[in-house]
Design a protein around this ligand. Sequence first.
Ligand code: CP
Length: 305
Amino acid sequence: MNRHLISAGDLTKDDALLILDTAEELARVSERSIKKLPTLRGRTVVNLFFEDSTRTRISFEAAAKRLSADVINFSAKGSSVSKGESLKDTALTLEAMGADAVVIRHSASGAPHRLANWVHGSVVNAGDGTHEHPTQALLDAFSMRRRLGNLDGRKVAIVGDVLHSRVARSNVLLLHTLGAEVTLVAPPTLVPVSIGTWPCEVSYDLDAVLPKADVVMMLRVQKERMNAAYFPSEREYSRRYGLDRERFAKMPEEAIVMHPGPMNRGMEIAAEVADSARSTIVEQVANGVTIRMAVLYLLLGGETA
Ligand code: CP
């Protein structure tokens, strides 16, 4: 594996399977009464968050602590970033404090890549702008594999605001590597212009895609990144692209529903669908800790699963 985890596209099939298999081993440890392992004792993980996060930030912290690493949590709010300190100077300051790994979330696509040129430790991308979120894709693949088994040939529909979604891009890249067949479903206004280069199909008709899907992954409508009107109204979006009870009934009986969170309940997904037994949304959060343990273990301390 590379020293950094910046793009899901950098992972070979063997790399991805090693992470998923290592996470499976670590999940067994998490079931014990004493969940902590000494593996990363003496190592320091810095969580460098320039954008808001609940799941990713907390799960990286929990993952590092379960592996006995020292954890420094940095949030741009309340730091010297508000006085104009640059990303490079912030990173070098944290490295001077002994960071072995820097987990970064930033609003600028490419920020983790830049950071990797400035620090000696491993860099893990925890979400950069509208670009990538590789550990989300890994935890999603892990969640799918636990429910459905092998992903080879599985049909995955990723639905909604693809244009602003780093989750969609990382999932397309990783799921393609793992042999799944991905179809993106979105209004034409929320499809990136570069979509022809992505290894997936594109559809504008959710009702046509649902009956064949093994997995339906709903994406959050990212209103905070929208600087124009991408659809006539929330009601119209929900009517065409929301997963409500009627659409849920069109899915095959064994198919699962996913969402990376945070959700707009009632917009892209109905509350009763999000809370159904076929939803993996809560499992995805729990699996996020396990996958991030596996990533930190393999980057900082481990050899094989
Ligand atoms: N899925 C995800 O990245 O959630 P957070 O923004 O809460 O970290």
